[in-house]
Write a protein that binds this ligand. Structure first.
Ligand code: ADP
Ligand code: MG
Length: 499
């Protein structure tokens, strides 16, 4: 096996100096324009690769290849069992190359190897889960009340060509989360990775080819959101868009989808409430609530960034969270000791440091972090210290807007009904958490919060079998769970007069 990158020798075996190409119709091709863009390591600023800059013309080619594979290719005639075998074959290849893929995520978007390696079970679990579901797709027979002899049943059919637009905050899991259900249902797919971190998708594309997944079933077009992404979203021959990203872009996707009224699923941002009652096991709640924000440098859509703490323990608890934040090891993700990596890009750094100033101007008090890290090696990358703002009020921008950085807003509260109401005072509804030893309180809060996930005495638990998704402006549709496949299926009713 080729050596994996380390801090001392960050060379990755996938990066051979040649420009990376698009995967269209089973072949690796340059962008029609011949243009490329560069991708960098956000921990060091080091150049990683030139990547094909796909555009509308490339999206057109990829959609045509996906359409052909959907309608004519061997894929359209495959039995569920054969699709299952291909997904399992891919799963074996992903497992065999897991560290290689995980370190590509690390060098391309910054997440530490403790995190990207730690996602192994999640990635493998998803592939195995979709493989299992692929042979369990079925319609229903339904009794109708019409006079005479007329029988009705439903068929479940793949929606067709799926456009998948994914973010950069977890490239490998994001790819598998979109490709898995497409393969399981018999759809074909055009995947548009995020321009900030396109590399893992491309290496995965090689494994998809190696697994023998037929040409055109999975196409990968790297490029920018405003061009390649927009062309995919408005394409007349795409049947569905599966999107994960910001709610601003989500709104654009909805507008673009009106061209042919394609189906959409949206997993967008959040400003999730995480509620700590005084009766909680605080030794559990301190690391849980802290990592509920700081994990992945806060670049997780369901991060519990509004930390509501019962007033009686507010000072003590926020100080303990601040202390936890101060002790986190921030650094290059390739260092196995690193707990918190850099932000993904200069743009993201600007956005987060802007919010640090906004928080101060609004009168919030940073009791940990609060600044960019610039000493020594930090200066080369996009590092921000884990930050805890105390004395945050509900109406502050840092309590309302998604920051997508390691920034926690700590807010005091007094009682259950009040904190449910205030917890829901947000345009979003993705994650939420509650820490208490009181089982009735836990259930009341779980029922009262308007969010797609509620974590009780834990945060950010995810499983391939458990649905995940948003309320309100966090989007619609669910990923994971059997609900996920429905997003990729049409229901057809068939009526048969039997006499
Ligand atoms: P971020 O703010 O983190 O960049 P985005 O929502 O902009 O989040 O990005 C998520 C994904 O959406 C990326 O793959 C990006 O290229 C894509 N994207 C951005 N703008 C558009 C757009 N107008 N149409 C389609 N896709 C887009
Ligand atoms: Mg963007």
């Amino acid at each position: 096996m080729t050596a994996l990158p380390t801090v001392a020798n960050p060379h990755h075996p996938f990066l051979d100096g040649k420009p990376k190409k698009l995967l269209i119709g089973g072949r690796w091709v340059e962008a029609a324009s011949g243009e490329t863009f560069e991708t960098h390591n956000p921990a060091t600023g080091a150049h990683l690769a030139h990547v094909a800059k796909g555009d509308k013309e490339d999206i057109d080619r990829a959609v045509a290849a996906a359409r052909k594979a959907f309608e004519e290719g061997p894929w359209s005639r495959m039995k569920p069992y054969e699709r299952q075998r291909l997904i399992l074959k891919l799963a074996d290849l992903v497992e065999r190359h897991y560290e290689e893929l995980a370190t590509l995520d690390t060098i391309d978007m910054g997440a530490p190897v403790v995190r990207t390696f730690g996602n192994r079970q999640r990635v493998m679990g998803m592939l195995h889960y979709y493989a299992g579901l692929s042979i369990n797709i079925h319609g229903e027979t339904i009794d109708n009340s019409l006079p005479g002899e007329i029988f009705s049943y439903t068929l479940k059919e793949p929606v067709g060509v799926v456009g998948a637009i994914i973010p950069w905050n977890g490239p490998l899991t994001a790819c598998v989360w979109k490709i898995g259900p497409a393969l399981a249902t018999g759809c074909t797919i055009v995947l548009k990775p995020a321009e900030e971190a396109p590399l893992t998708a491309l290496r995965l594309g090689e494994l998809i080819v190696e697994a023998g997944i037929p040409d055109g079933v999975v196409n990968i077009v790297t490029g920018f959101g405003e061009t390649a992404g927009a062309a995919l979203a408005e394409h007349m021959d795409v049947d569905k868009i599966a999107f994960t990203g910001s709610h601003f872009t989500g709104q654009k996707i909805v507008h673009a989808s009106t061209s042919n009224l394609k189906r959409i699923s949206l997993e967008l941002g959040g400003k999730s409430p995480d509620i700590v009652f005084a009766d909680a096991d605080l030794d559990l709640a301190v690391p849980g609530a802290s990592m509920g924000v700081f994990a992945n440098s806060g670049q997780i859509c369901s991060a519990g960034t509004r930390l509501f703490v019962e007033r009686r323990i507010y000072d003590e608890f926020t100080e303990r969270v601040a202390d936890f934040g101060r002790k986190l090891r921030v650094g290059n993700g390739l260092d196995p000791e690193t707990q918190i990596g850099p932000l993904v890009s200069a743009e993201q750094l600007d956005r987060v440091t802007d919010y640090l100033s906004i928080g101060r101007q609004e009168g919030a008090r940073p009791i940990a972090g609060g600044m960019q890290l610039t000493d020594g090696d930090y200066a080369k990358g996009y590092f921000v210290a884990p930050t805890v703002f105390a004395d945050v009020r509900d109406d502050m921008r840092i309590a309302q807007e998604e920051i997508f950085g390691p920034v926690l807003s700590a807010i005091p509260f007094d009682d259950v009904e009040e904190v449910i109401r205030r917890g829901n005072q947000t345009q979003f509804g993705l994650g939420s958490g509650v820490w208490t030893r009181d089982v009735s309180k836990a259930h009341r809060v779980a029922k009262g919060l308007r969010a797609g996930s509620v974590w009780v005495n834990c945060y950010q638990a995810m499983d391939p079998a458990v649905p995940f998704g948003g309320y309100k402006m966090s989007g619609y549709g669910r990923e994971s769970g059997i609900q996920h496949l429905e997003e990729y299926l049409n229901v057809k009713a068939v009526w048969i007069k039997t006499a």
